[in-house]
Design a protein around this ligand. Sequence first.
Ligand code: UDP
Ligand code: MG
Length: 352
Amino acid sequence: MSDQTPAPADQPAAAPSTPPQQQQRQHQTPRQHNQQRPQPPQQWPDLSVIVPLYNEEESLRELHQQLNSVLRRMNVRYELLFVDDGSTDRSFQVLRDLKRNDRHIKIIRFRRNYGKSAALAVGFDKAQGSIVVTMDADLQDDPTEIPSLKKRIEDGYDLVSGWKRKRKDPLTKTLPSRFFNFVTRLLTGIPIHDFNCGLKAYRREVVKSVHIYGELHRYIPVLAHWEGFRVGEMVVQHRPRKYGKTKFGVGRFWRGFLDLLTSLFTTRYLSRPLHLFGFWGALAVVAGLLVNGWLTVEWFLGATSLSNRPLFLGGILLIIVGIQIISIGLLGEMIARTRTTEQEYAIREFIK
Ligand code: UDP
Ligand code: MG
């Protein structure tokens, strides 16, 4: 396999010395114990860059070059985690070629296209850096922002989300996106402008504790905020898509709002679902009792026969069925949240 190829040309950019407080933090990582046994103490990277990608063959070389030129200058130990989300083009071959000459690269390859959230979730699981940066593979995000993002984390934020203030996308995307961000800001109370920006930086603890699945990657700041992490934002440059085309159609907005419902539910009501279900359930029962009571009174007075009022029964039926459907959907979300991410995706290869 390609991972056995030695790569003397490309040594880690950083000097092996580590500031004392970083060594301290490294001792706290749960897997260090196992890692230390076979070899002399292995240094954990300071920075992991996770790039989820789906059919981005044209962009990858350029992206890799840009990333390396920025990261080398930063003088940190880093790893580049590319998560190939079941690409059907030559993306994986391009990555494997790049890996031959760069031992910072790690590639995770899915068997099929699971979606950006799945790719990020697995990247989060495998990342070893004390700071983790995510970015899109299509060159729309600018790697030169990474040092400032890292600085913000070092200043005390747990998650810093990019804000594409001048967005280089068509109006059909930017307008709904504004509305979407406005509603999310309103409902969650988190004062950031661009929830779904692909360029974000996290403290290690954040990526190890938020669970994303489905299409919840849009709401990582919401999930992190509700777990008590300090969430901030930073204006970042955005560039137009150079190669290929967007992987998300108009369906994104509809699904985005369903996911907003999920993230509100799972962050606010997961530990107290009765507050949500109890309220609506009681309301439905009271409404049903009122309707039935009224019908019974009318029936007693002999004005009409109950068999002549199908509309009311139809109304009751609709209410009950609607509530059942919503409850089943939300119960499904509860179940999904207790599952671990690793078992959900069939990883084809993980080349270290
Ligand atoms: N992506 C992915 N899996 C998918 C769809 C997209 O890994 O199923 C990646 C894609 O390759 C890119 C990033 O997610 O690196 C953002 O996708 P895209 O640029 O299409 O989104 P947009 O910028 O249009 O919001
Ligand atoms: Mg894009």
